[in-house]
Design a protein around this ligand. Structure first.
Ligand code: FMN
Ligand code: MN
Length: 480
């Protein structure tokens, strides 16, 4: 059953022993970060602060910050099961019997959940403020000591392509400049930035709605690296097995999830920029201040007694790592649609997702590992990946001890590296030129004679199954 709203998800977390309510007073300035950071690094629960200094609204943090909570958020026992469902949907088998057809029904039924459903009214507009709307009413946290100001960190930014009319939803941080304006930190490669580019070319304002606390599937979907023009609402509908219900905003021509806690309506003017940052970022460093567009508030609408959701990013591992790991699993079948030879992929949390990809492949022809590297460097947000390690199919990409062992033993650096260049993440401070960097691939697959390897490649050491079984039979008696 889809969560009715964020509050129902909070109740579910509580029931599962995954939430701690904190009623002692805490300061939204740095203090919440310190508590949340300590909690996440020791595998602690989600936190609901009910007594935030200067505010009546409770603050939710770390709601996605573990594998279990991610599973609860997406209502599954296993994120890999979602990947399997997406795979089944993308590659339906041609039904050959009545039984086959019956088996298709649940899969096809899920297609009905994809399109959002328009409704006339919703809880997110129980309280509406326009002229007197103020961002001061929100318990916006200041994350790190060197930050340029307080930041909204777990928001869904809704915009429409000015010409095509398509909707985009992206999670972008928003710096609070004052009670009516925010810095709009959509990076140049992202959906919202493209909409703004088109609006600017037309000399037009771009309307935007910033949603805080729709249901958890919608929150996750706003972080997912969907191809441009694939709807985040559709992914959310699929994940929650129920269409997302949307209501029309009060002051802008956009529709937002009816069950949201808080909606900030407004617009971004063409040509306007303001210094945004610095911000303690998910790289573990402060991203430098830079010029970004400005969001002007026209309305704040909320449900009665809203909860304010937020997160802190910083040196990994942190909450965003778990959102990213869900993406690694959910998008694997989609990667396989283009690259069927891919067996598995690991984007290590310490690699902040865009620094390292470790991938295992079923190698079929000479140069295959390099083909996979270039394909990944050309695939959506995988384009940001700096280092790719390609391993043979039986390798466990998630075991870093094994990865290092294989990388070292299977490569001759003079022969097995692929150097390329391409776009890099806006946050990559090591790049010699902003947003543009080198790429390095390691072909750590076994080398073949038709790749010019004319020595004999040795076999890996593995004990024979008969001996393993013989020892298994009396292993416990040994008391080792
Ligand atoms: C906690 C968190 C904060 C993020 N902050 C930003 C941000 O400030 N700017 C940005 O461009 N992307 C940010 N992202 C990444 C985007 O949400 C992600 O790339 C998403 O796929 C973009 O969607 P889009 O392609 O529809 O724009 C953040 C992700 C997370 C999980
Ligand atoms: Mn998008």
């Amino acid at each position: 059953m889809a969560y009715r709203d964020l509050k129902e998800f909070i109740a579910r977390l509580k029931e599962a022993g995954e939430l701690k309510e904190i009623s002692r007073p805490v300061d939204p300035h740095l203090e919440i970060t310190e508590i949340a950071d300590r909690a996440v690094k020791r595998g602690g629960p989600a936190l609901l602060f009910t007594n935030v200094t200067g505010h009546s609204m409770p603050v939710l943090i770390n709601a996605f910050a573990s594998r279990r909570r991610m599973e609860l958020a997406l209502e599954t026992d296993n994120i890999d099961a979602i990947a399997a469902e997406i795979d089944a949907l993308l590659t339906p088998e041609v039904p050959r019997s009545v039984l086959d057809k019956l088996k298709m029904i649940p899969v096809l039924a899920r297609l009905q959940d994809l399109a959002p459903r328009e409704v006339r009214s919703g809880p997110c507009q129980e309280i509406v403020r326009t002229g007197d709307a103020s961002l001061d009413d929100l318990p916006i946290i200041t994350c790190w000591p060197g930050d340029g100001g307080p930041y909204i960190t777990l928001a869904q930014v809704f915009t429409r392509h000015p010409e095509k009319g398509t909707l985009n939803i992206g999670m972008y941080r928003l710096q609070k400049f004052d009670s009516r304006t925010l810095g709009m930190h959509w990076q140049r490669h992202k959906g919202g930035a493209e909409h703004y580019r088109v609006a600017e070319q037309r000399g037009e304002r771009l309307e935007a709605a910033i949603v805080l606390g729709p249901d958890p599937a919608m929150i996750y979907a706003s972080t997912a690296p969907l191809p441009e023009e694939v709807s985040e609402l559709m992914l959310a509908g699929f994940l929650r097995r129920k269409p997302v219900e949307t209501v029309k905003c009060v002051t802008v021509d956009l529709r937002v999830p009816a069950n949201s806690q808080i909606v900030l309506e407004g617009y971004v003017e063409p040509g306007e920029r303001r210094l945004e940052g610095p911000f303690g970022d998910h790289t573990g460093f402060y991203s430098l201040a830079d010029m970004y567009p400005v969001f002007h508030l026209t309305a704040i609408t909320t449900c009665r007694d809203p909860v304010y959701p937020t997160t802190v990013v910083g040196r990994p591992p942190m909450e965003d790592g778990w959102l990213g790991k869900a993406t690694e699993r959910i998008f694997l079948p989609l990667i396989r649609k283009t690259l069927p030879e891919v067996v598995d992929i690991n984007l290590p949390v310490e690699g902040i997702f865009h620094n390292f990809a470790i991938v295992s492949i079923r190698k079929r022809y000479p140069g295959h590992a390099r083909k996979v590297m270039h394909a990944l460097w050309g695939l959506g947000q995988m384009m940001f990946t700096k280092y790719i390690i390609v391993l043979d199919e039986h390798a466990n990409v998630h075991d870093m001890q094994e990865v290092i062992w294989r990388l070292g033993t299977a490569t001759d650096p003079r022969r097995d590296i692929e150097i390329a260049s391409g776009p890099t993440d806006v946050l990559d401070h090591a790049a010699a030129i902003p947003d543009f960097s080198g790429k390095l691939g390691f072909d750590a697959t076994r080398k073949w004679p038709d790749e010019g390897y004319n020595r004999e490649w040795p076999e890996e050491i593995v004990m024979s199954p008969e001996i393993k079984a013989r020892v298994d039979a009396y292993w416990d008696d040994l008391g080792i």
